[in-house]
Ligand binder design. Structure first.
Ligand code: FMN
Length: 380
């Protein structure tokens, strides 16, 4: 037995070792300009690096311009976008965090509203702001829901181009300094829409049975793995269930995970939902509601898994790992509340109650205050 909390045990994935098991989950900021990251992104992501996370994910980043979720989403479809990402990766690495990127294509949901303008299809008010629509694409000409635009069903040539663009974006991500790439296969975006029978009603090799619907996901993975160095890990985010009896099921996710593993995916990141509405919508949720998905995938496939979704407390995160339900925990909204969530979790779990793992710029002073003041007392 070790006294070291599981949350603070390093994890080695291929040639990359994280300082702990805490991942900041990808979070769209809808603040990029023409697909380029801004100062906002550096500060937003930089705070998570100085806040002690092991891995910091840059938000869903489009491999094609038309694959952006909104006009404010970043991309890596052209070389001029590399520099903005490089600032983020260099800062993260200098501060002990592993920079990771989520590569995606929004598919049927491309060109939608920023959440705070409605989180639905673009409307007149968005056009007036200059956010003009473009034609979304998908597996079949089936809209996300009533009122959403009908997507153009990708042709075989479109799919070949898409895969080449994934590879090119992955190479740009590498040039930018990312050490982990994740394929976004969740939340109703393009790859998920090919997986789900609710949205994929193709009759060619990219549709039909499970193998046909998985084909795009697996080919994208093969294409990216071919250019992503052997020593760097590849993650895949899945919507483990659609939440619809006629949709994608957890058993399908287990089959997919085995195929991903065979193609060099190292971590399955288990989210859920989003096929028929906004990615972040849904009803009331329980703490850790998606943890059972990671647990099942890990148990059945032996793969490294990441749990995400309403993980907010240090003890909760520690229990998920200690009970063997997942190997990594991802934090999203709670990191917006507290960008130094990992440092505070270290205090709560007794791993660091004296600021020794804080950045020197802060830790030296805080440790000094602790030693000399009756005013501040550590929690443990
Ligand atoms: C502001 C915001 C933006 C998000 N953007 C993404 C994204 O780019 N890619 C993704 O896979 N999930 C995205 N998500 C989902 C989160 O990564 C995470 O899975 C979800 O919020 C549940 O975790 P939480 O309960 O810790 O917030 C986003 C969530 C938030 C709050």
């Amino acid at each position: 037995m070790t006294d070291l909390p599981k949350l603070f045990q390093p994890l080695t994935l291929r040639g990359v070792t994280t300082r702990n098991r805490i991942v900041i989950s990808p979070m769209c900021q809808y603040t990029a300009h023409d697909g380029h990251l801004e100062d906002w992104h550096l500060v937003h992501l930089g705070r998570f690096a100085t806040g002690g996370a092991g891995i910091v994910f840059t938000e869903a980043t489009a491999v094609q311009k038309s694959g952006r979720i909104t006009h404010g989403c970043p991309g890596l479809w052209t070389d001029s976008q590399i520099a903005g990402h490089a600032r983020v990766t260099q800062f993260a690495l200098r501060n002990g965090a592993i920079p990771a990127i989520q590569l995606g294509h929004a598919g049927r949901k491309s060109g939608m509203q920023r959440p705070w303008f409605g989180n639905g299809p673009l409307n007149e008010a968005d056009f007036a702001r200059g956010d003009m629509p473009w034609s979304p694409v998908g597996p079949s000409a089936i809209p996300v829901a009533d009122g959403w635009p009908e997507p153009h069903a990708l042709t075989l040539d479109d799919i070949a181009e898409l895969k080449a663009d994934y590879a090119a974006a992955a190479q740009r991500a590498l040039a930018a300094g990312y050490k982990i790439a994740e394929i976004h296969g969740a939340h109703g975006y393009l790859i998920h829409s090919f997986l789900s029978p609710l949205s994929n009603q193709r009759s060619d090799i990219y549709g039909g049975d499970l193998a046909g619907r998985m084909r795009l996901a697996l080919e994208v993975v093969e294409t990216v793995r071919a250019v992503w160095p052997d020593e760097l890990p590849l993650f895949f985010r899945t919507s483990a269930v659609d939440g619809d009896a006629a949709g994608w099921q957890l058993d399908d996710t287990v089959v997919l995970a085995r195929e991903l593993k065979a193609r060099g995916v190292d971590v399955v990141d288990c989210s859920s939902g989003g096929i028929s509405g906004p990615a972040t919508g849904g009803g009331r949720r329980q703490p850790g509601f998606q943890v059972p998905y990671a647990a099942r995938v890990g148990k059945d496939t032996g793969m490294t898994t990441m749990a995400v979704g309403l993980i907010t407390h240090a003890e909760q995160a520690e229990a998920i790992l200690a009970e063997g339900h997942a190997d990594l925990v991802a934090i999203a909204r709670e990191a917006l509340v507290d960008p130094a969530w990992p440092l505070h979790a270290a205090d709560t779990l007794g791993y660091d109650t004296t600021f020794k793992t804080w950045p020197d710029q802060y830790g030296w002073w805080l440790a000094g205050r602790l030693a000399t003041s009756d005013f501040y007392q550590p929690k443990n």
